[in-house]
Design a protein around this ligand. Structure first.
Ligand code: GLP
Length: 248
């Protein structure tokens, strides 16, 4: 088994970390459809966790519909397509590339500002500290699809204004330059109507239906590090969710 060690300092439960490690390998094709996964005993030994934790990790994969168990034989990888699976914390760039589309951005605002009340609450900031505020129009090939406005504490990426090429991926730069990896995101999606300025930027008529996203992204440690408000065109964007039903 070639699975990265667990982060025992993290607030993310161990079974969940194991689940993520196994998912990565399934996604990478290390474990192929029909192939068996390590047993709870093997998982427990490999990660030095209890058998209970190993069992929970395997159960959570089953609950996702990614694997199935055969009594007395073990857990096997399902042929289900992971690409269409439950939503991942993906970047716009990753999402577009996965669909074979070229991502592009136009920067509307990129500066360090003092956090406003809403950002302080979202990122649980104790003081009105400086945040990098980045507002961009995101394009799929040449069509504008959304406007994203991210706020990130400056302390975790002090010279982002210099290091980020605004045409490039924010998440990639945060990961490569500062070792910042978003692990979890809470996202709320609401329906709305494009306001005048947004409509102009998106090339649609005012009051056209749009999706409104509010995302707070967290590190593995549970620290909130990105607060994003986005407006996406209702006619150019769709949200795909796969839902699974918990099995007894
Ligand atoms: C998605 C998210 C945003 C995030 C962005 C980063 O669109 N909804 O919250 O800021 O990705 O994208 P990229 O790394 O392509 O700049």
């Amino acid at each position: 088994m070639n699975l990265a060690p667990l982060d025992r300092e993290s607030v993310i439960p161990l079974y969940y970390q194991i689940r993520e490690r196994l998912l990565e390998q399934i996604r990478a094709g290390v474990f192929k459809p029909g192939q068996s996964l390590p047993s709870e005993q093997e998982i427990a030994e490999h990660f030095a966790v209890s058998r209970m934790t190993g069992r929970q990790a395997l159960k959570s994969l089953r609950d996702l519909g990614v694997t199935y168990s055969v009594r007395g034989k073990g857990t096997f990888v399902s042929a289900i397509k992971l690409e269409k699976d439950f939503r991942q914390v993906t970047s716009f760039t990753e999402e577009m590339k996965a669909r074979g589309i070229r991502p592009k951005s136009k920067v509307l605002f990129f500066e360090v500002v003092k956090a406003d009340e809403e950002t302080m609450n979202a990122l649980q900031l104790k003081t009105r500290e400086s945040v990098v505020s980045l507002r961009r129009i995101r394009f799929a090939n040449t069509s504008p699809v959304g406007i994203e406005w991210s706020r990130i504490p400056q302390r975790i990426c002090p010279d982002l204004l210099k290091t980020l090429d605004p045409q490039a991926s924010l998440y990639e730069t945060l990961a490569q330059r500062y070792g910042i990896k978003m692990a979890i995101a809470d996202e709320i999606v609401e329906a709305g109507l494009a306001r005048g300025e947004e409509a102009g930027l998106l090339g649609i008529a005012a009051k056209t239906p749009v999706f409104l996203f509010t995302r707070i992204s967290y590190l593995q440690s549970g620290e909130a590090i990105e607060f994003v408000k986005s407006v996406y065109r209702g006619d150019r964007y769709k949200i795909v969710n796969r839902l699974t039903r918990l099995k007894a």
